[in-house]
Design a protein around this ligand. Structure first.
Ligand code: CLF
Ligand code: SF4
Length: 496
C-alpha cells in the first residue's frame, strides 16, 4: 500500500490541539458556511447524512474519506471535443490511460481488496472510461456484485446525461444517491462547439441538433433526480472563449433545478492526448481565471473547489492514486473476507477529529474577528496529507491546498498541483520552477517542515515558508499567523 494512504493510527492527534476558545459569532463567510466546505451547519440531517462521508460532496469529508472508481463502463454515446477514448473520461479524470477495464465480478473483487486495506474508503464511483449509464448493464451488475460483499458503501455515478432519463427509477432502486452530470452548456449553439455528435435512439445527430437533444435530456434527467431526492452534482468543463462566461448561466439554471453542487473544472488540453481541443490549440484556463469565475459564481449553486479530476480507475484519498497497488494481478482469486470493524473504528476516530476541528475553526474565527477589517485578503498555500492539518514536509508535497484568509475567516479556495520538490531529500532547480509556477500569486506557504536550502530558495522568489505550526489544524495556524501579522483592531487603532 502506498505511503500516501493516511493510516488509521496517524489520524489521531500527533500533538495537542490548542484549546478552543469559546465560539464567537464570526462575521461574514467562514469555512463552515460556504458551499461544499460545510460542516453540518444548518444542513438538514438527512442531507448531512448523505454527504458527511462523501469526499466529493463535502470538502470537510475529503480530509478523512476515500473514494474508488472501477472502470467497468468503456462505451460512450457522445463525443466531447476534450476527450480521446483511449484516455480516461475527461469528465471525471485527468488524462492517462485506464490501466484495466474490469468485468463486474473483477470490480467487486477489487473493491473488497481495497476496503480491507483502506479503512477510509466510503464511496464506490463509476466514472467511465465511457458513460456509466450508456453502459448501464455493466454498471448495475457491478453495484449488485459489490452490495453482496460490502453493504456499507455509498454508490456514485458520473454521466453525460444523455441516457439519464431512461434510468431514473433504477438509480433510486439501486440506492445510488449521488449522481454527477457533466453539463457544459444550456445553449445548444455553444454545445455545438463542444460536442461534434451524439448517438441517440440508434441515430447519430451532429451540430446544434445533437447539442439540443443532449441539453434537453440533461435537464430532464436533473429534474428527475431532484424529484427523487437523489443528490446531484454538476461538473462543468471550463473552456476559455467557448463556455467560460456561459457557465454563469449554467450555474443559475442548475441551481433552479435543484442541483446540490457545481464543480467547475479546468479544461485539460494537450496535443499529446489527441483530443480535438488539444490538436487545435484550445487552451485550458489559468488558475487565476478559474478562481475569478468561481468568485463570480458565489451566491449561486454551491461550489465544489476540491475536485482533483481523477482517473476512471482512481483509488484512495482525493489527490492520491493507489490504483497501481490494486491491479488485477495483485488481487486475491476469491474476494477478500470483509471485516467491518476497522472501518467502524476509523469512523469513530473521524467523529472525534471532526469535533476537535470544528472547535479549532471556531477558535480561528474568533481570533480573526479581532483583526482589522481593512487588512488585505491573503492567499496562502498549505502542505497537507489530510486530516485538515499542516502535516506534510515541503519536499514531499505533490500539491498545495490554497486558502483565503481575512478578518472574516479562513476559506478553502482550491488546490494547485506541483511535482515533489525533493524525492529522497534532494531538490533540484527544475522542480523548484514547477513549484514556483504552482504558487503563482501566493507569497506564503505553510509547511510541517522544510530544509534550509528550499526555504532560502523560496525566500529569494519572494515566498515565505512558515514552519512554526507543524501538525496544527490549518485554520488555527493560518488565523494565528494572520492575526500576528495584521494585529488586532485595537492595535491598528493605536497605530493609526
Ligand atoms: Fe467518483 Fe465523481 Fe463520485 Fe467523486 S470523483 S464518481 S463524485 S466518487 Fe470527485 Fe474525482 Fe472530482 Fe469526480 S474528485 S473527478 S468530483
Ligand atoms: Fe469522453 Fe466522457 Fe465525453 Fe464520453 S462523456 S466523450 S467518455 S469525456
Amino acid at each position: 500500500m502506498s505511503s500516501n494512504v493516511v493510516p488509521l493510527s496517524s489520524i489521531s492527534r500527533t500533538r495537542p490541539v490548542p484549546q478552543a476558545e469559546p465560539a464567537a459569532s464570526a462575521g461574514g463567510c467562514s469555512s463552515k458556511s460556504c458551499g461544499s466546505s460545510d460542516a453540518q451547519g444548518d444542513m438538514p440531517a438527512h442531507i448531512w447524512d448523505k454527504v458527511k462521508d462523501h469526499p466529493c460532496y463535502s470538502e470537510e469529508a475529503h480530509h478523512y474519506f476515500a473514494r474508488m472508481h472501477v472502470a467497468v463502463a468503456p462505451a460512450c454515446n457522445i463525443q466531447c471535443n476534450y476527450c480521446n477514448r483511449k484516455y480516461d473520461c475527461a469528465n471525471e479524470s485527468r488524462p492517462g490511460v485506464t490501466s484495466e477495464k474490469l468485468t463486474p465480478e473483477q470490480a467487486a473483487r477489487k473493491v473488497a481488496a481495497v476496503a480491507v486495506k483502506v479503512p477510509q474508503l466510503s464511496v464506490l464511483g463509476i466514472a467511465g472510461p465511457g458513460d456509466s449509464l450508456f453502459d448501464w448493464r455493466k454498471t448495475s451488475a457491478t453495484f449488485r456484485e459489490v452490495s453482496k460483499l460490502l453493504p456499507d458503501l455509498k454508490y456514485c455515478i458520473s454521466t453525460n446525461g444523455l441516457a439519464l432519463p431512461d434510468h431514473l427509477d433504477e438509480l433510486a432502486e439501486y440506492n445510488i444517491d449521488h449522481v454527477t452530470i457533466t453539463i457544459n452548456m444550456i445553449d445548444p449553439e455553444i454545445g455545438a462547439l463542444i460536442y461534434p455528435w451524439i448517438y441517440y435512439k440508434g441515430k447519430r445527430y451532429t451540430g446544434v441538433e445533437g447539442a439540443r437533444i443532449l441539453h434537453e435530456r440533461q435537464m430532464e434527467g436533473l429534474d428527475g433526480l431532484t424529484a427523487r431526492g437523489i443528490l446531484t452534482k454538476i461538473n462543468s468543463v471550463m473552456i476559455p472563449g467557448v463556455n467560460d462566461q456561459h457557465l454563469i448561466e449554467v450555474n443559475r439554471e442548475i441551481k433552479a433545478r435543484g442541483a446540490f453542487l457545481h464543480n467547475v473544472m479546468p479544461l485539460i488540453s494537450d496535443a499529446a492526448h489527441g483530443t480535438h481541443f488539444g490538436l487545435t490549440g484550445q487552451r485550458g484556463p489559468k488558475a487565476s481565471e478559474l478562481k475569478d469565475l468561481q468568485d463570480k459564481l458565489a451566491g449561486g449553486a454551491n461550489l465544489m473547489r476540491h475536485c482533483r479530476q481523477c482517473r476512471a480507475d482512481a483509488v484512495g484519498m482525493l489527490g492520491e492514486d493507489l490504483s497501481q497497488d490494486f491491479t488485477l494481478d495483485k488481487l486475491p482469486e476469491a474476494p477478500a473476507a470483509y471485516d467491518p470493524e476497522p472501518r467502524r473504528l476509523y469512523r469513530e476516530v473521524v467523529e472525534r477529529e471532526r469535533a476537535d476541528r470544528n472547535k479549532a475553526v471556531a477558535s480561528a474565527e474568533a481570533e480573526l474577528a479581532d483583526t482589522t477589517p481593512e487588512a488585505p485578503t491573503k492567499l496562502v498555500a498549505v502542505c497537507t496529507k489530510g486530516g485538515g492539518r499542516i502535516n506534510q514536509h515541503f519536499g514531499h508535497a505533490k500539491e498545495f491546498q490554497v486558502f483565503e484568509v481575512d478578518a472574516h475567516g479562513v476559506r478553502f479556495s482550491g488546490h494547485r498541483k506541483a511535482d515533489n520538490y525533493c524525492v529522497g531529500g534532494y531538490g533540484d532547480d527544475d522542480k523548484l520552477d514547477i513549484v514556483l509556477a504552482a504558487l503563482e500569486g501566493i507569497d506564503t506557504v505553510f509547511v510541517a517542515k522544510i530544509g534550509r536550502c528550499p526555504k532560502d530558495d523560496l525566500k529569494k522568489a519572494g515566498i515565505e515558508a512558515v514552519d512554526q505550526y507543524p501538525f496544527d489544524y490549518i485554520e488555527t495556524a493560518v488565523a494565528a499567523w494572520y492575526a500576528e501579522k495584521f494585529g488586532s483592531q485595537s492595535d491598528s487603532a493605536s497605530i493609526a
